[in-house]
Design a protein around this ligand. Structure first.
Ligand SMILES: [Zn+2]
Length: 356
């Protein structure tokens, strides 16, 4: 379901979105602002009523402003609050970059929505929305199967238990997976509310979807995005991320779970396995990622730390660049346990702490 106040933008997004979705499985509903809340109803309650009437959309797509609805007084915060209250997945896009590029906002917890980057254009955004909708839907379907005969308390199982039903999880990735903070308090809240089972499963799948997107995919450790993978492998990240050809040797380590269409991610445990299996007795110790790629026929220069020297190994979550251990910090409050490759460049951290 799409909330967009400018008609032109609406169709620029909805037309490609409808093409990206299987019409037998999904349909796109627009809220064009031609309805308003009843007299005795708040705008949040009104949006909740719309979402319930639509039988809880698999995804709500929200333009972050909504100042140009003429008849309706529904605004961004109403849609956000309604989605949070009902446990309906929400993604937000915003043309003004100011809001999200402000470092103060990075600290703000945005666990209950997914941000889309409008810079990439409407077609790309539509594709991302379609992937998100399919991902949340897939999670919900898998959860329904898994929990068909389960007790309510099974909602509290650690995420690796759910993930293994959703996608192939390497055995050695399980422990780290469960270290990511994973919305246990939300799961307890769902249980306490004691709604009917289908509704609890629906809400739980939203929590799990946010967790996969905003924790697991966002903070490299168990899974590595292209820059983090390049840093871990020790090869130039611009070269590696630019050309998918370089990703072929890592094919078997590729993450194929929900939202995997948004980018490439690899299981770090599977990459380790690849390096081990390609090490010969003559090598002495386990070969480097760069050596592995070279043996596969891909010679890529060494990775550079964001401070400008050769070598990195880690990923700065603020700049999205490779960083070495010495030039970075790992504050507990910022980085989920388990996200072993995620760090913050010392320079950025100083800036944010106001120490420079
Ligand atoms: Zn460095």
């Amino acid at each position: 379901m799409v909330f967009e106040d400018k008609e032109e933008n609406l169709w620029d997004l909805v037309n490609p979105l409808e093409e990206d979705l299987d019409p037998d499985e999904f349909y796109v509903e627009n809220f064009t602002g031609d309805r308003s809340a009843n007299e005795d109803e708040s705008d949040v309650d009104f949006v909740m009523r719309i979402l319930e009437e639509e039988d809880y959309p698999v995804l709500v797509v929200l333009d972050a402003e909504l100042n140009q609805y003429i008849e309706s007084t529904v605004r961004k915060s109403d849609v956000k609050d309604a989605c949070l209250e009902l446990g309906v997945p929400l993604c937000v896009y915003h043309r003004d970059e100011g809001e999200y590029s402000d470092p103060e906002n990075i600290k703000e917890s945005e666990d209950h929505l997914i941000k889309l980057d409008p810079k990439e254009g409407h077609e790309q955004m539509a594709e991302s929305c379609a992937i998100l909708a399919k991902g949340f839907n897939e999670i919900q379907e898998k959860l329904k199967e898994r929990l068909a005969d389960a007790d309510p308390e099974d909602l509290l199982e650690p995420p690796s238990e759910f993930m293994k039903d959703i996608t192939d999880v390497p055995v050695s990735a399980k422990a780290n997976l469960d270290k990511y903070s994973w919305g246990q308090s939300e799961s307890v809240a769902i249980l306490k509310e004691g709604g009917d089972k289908q509704d609890s499963i629906r809400r739980k799948s939203t929590v799990l979807g946010y967790w996969i997107h905003n924790q697991l995919l966002e903070y490299p450790g168990v899974l590595l995005n292209p820059v983090a993978a390049a840093s871990y492998l020790g090869v130039n990240h611009e070269v590696f991320a630019e050309d998918e050809e370089y990703h072929e040797p890592l094919e078997e380590a590729l993450y194929q779970g929900p939202f995997s269409g948004l980018d490439n991610w690899w299981w770090k445990a599977e990459i380790d396995g690849l390096l081990n299996r390609n090490t010969t007795p003559e090598d002495g110790s386990v070969i480097s990622g760069r050596e592995f790629l070279s043996r596969e026929g891909y010679d890529i220069g060494p990775v550079q730390c964001l401070e400008g020297h050769d070598g990195a190994g880690y990923y700065c979550i603020l700049t999205g660049e490779p960083v070495c251990e010495d030039d970075s910090v790992s504050p507990e409050a910022w980085i989920p346990a388990g996200a072993s490759i995620s760090r913050i460049s010392e320079g950025e951290y100083m800036k944010l702490s106001g120490w420079d």
